[in-house]
Structure formats: structure tokens, C-alpha cells
Design a protein around this ligand. Sequence first.
Ligand code: PGA
Length: 253
Amino acid sequence: MPRKKLIAANWKMFKTPDEAVVFVRAFIPLVAHHRHAEIVLCPSPTLLPTVVEAARNHPIHIAAQNMHWLDQGAYTGETSPLQLKALGVTHVLIGHSERRQYFNETDESVNLKLKAALAHHLVPIVCVGEQLAEREANQTAEVLERQTSIALEGIDPAIATPLIIAYEPVWAIGTGRTATPEIAGDAHKIIRAQIANSLSTELAASTRILYGGSVKPDNTASLCALEDIDGALVGGASLDPASFAGIVANSAA
Ligand code: PGA
């Protein structure tokens, strides 16, 4: 089975509900003819009900940018998988580097969140990626293997089919410095090999691995043309409907 491309918009802490509706209304007609890629929008928590409603009956999935691993409890400021599901959210980002960097997300909490997402039938998009100092110290493979293996620890391969991984080198996020297709391709191979080690060769072959980090309409085709790159997780260039639609279109390499 060929892996279907997936293009996800990570809106981070941008847009009001009104702005989100304006985006969705403008975006839908722009992608109406593209069936080659799954499209996911990841708005911040307060926008989720609005965006779910605006995208209803269109082939656009909605993801949360984060969640807690427990169903409920005394965890002020957190959102549970049950609460996301009740809103109509189907996907969830886990372990984005900004969560790791600014909010104490660890490999261990990523693992707990991944288990919770799979148990609740939310499609997890687990983010991994090395920092610039780690790349310069030739530690990229070690970092990717560590992040991926701890994320996948104790995961039952029988329920891991929905898993998606996003390779996001931290030095490429929001910097305008995209990984070359060669760098991204090598990293994706390392991650795929780790999935084979941690889960199974079948899952390594079927799991989609997205690239993220300064993806723009004009560099999408060269990245998505690579055998091991199954789509993109897009930050800055996903905030504008024409730009994000351009990325969707250009991913059909
Ligand atoms: P960027 O962000 O496209 O703005 O580099 C990517 C991300 O953080 O997911």
C-alpha cells in the first residue's frame, strides 16, 4: 500500500476564531480538487470548535496541538483526549519542539501522550528533531533514535497503525532555513529504521513520516518527491490560505 501524503498546518498561537473562519472559507475552494493528500489543520485550543464546525463536510481533519494523557483530573490548564474527541477533533500533535523547549515536554511525556492518543483513536503526529548544536556535534542519529524509541516504548504494534511521525529539525523551524532534501531524506531513513526496531518492519513501511521546518510552496515539491517523505508539517506558511493551498498542490510530486 503506498503511503498517502499528509499536509498539516500548525497554526501555533495565531488567529482569532473570526480569522480562523475566514481562512477555512477561503481555503476550501482552493483545495477542492486535490485528493492526493490528506489535509489537517492544527489550531490552538480555543479555536477548535469553530474550526471543526467551519470544516464540517469537507475532507479536512482537525488536530489539537497538544493534550494531556489522562482522561480527567486536577490538571489546571490542560486538555484531555476525551475533551478533544467530544469536540470532533481527530488528530493530535505530540511533542512539538516548542513544547519540548518551553513547556518541559519530555520523551517520557511524549510516550504517555502517544499511548493515550492511540487508546482513544486519535491520530497521533509525534514530532522529533535535533537542535543545531546536536547536528553540529554529529548527534543527529542518536537524538532521533532516542526520541523515537522512547516515544514508541511499550506501544502495542497491533494498535500503532495510525501513527504519524514528523521530523522537524529545530534549526529549521521558523528560521527560513529548510533542511535540504538530502538531510531530510537521511533523517527519515533513521526514523523509519527505528520504527522497524521498536515496532515492526510492516509498520516501518506503512508509517507516514512528515517533514517540518520552513516548508513553503516553492520548496514543497523537492521535499515531497523523496521516497521517504510522506508530507509536511507547516508553521508560518500555513497561516495564509493561498500559501497553504500551494503547499498542498505542490506536494503531489
Ligand atoms: P515553520 O514551523 O514552518 O514556521 O518553520 C514548522 C513547525 O513548527 O511545525
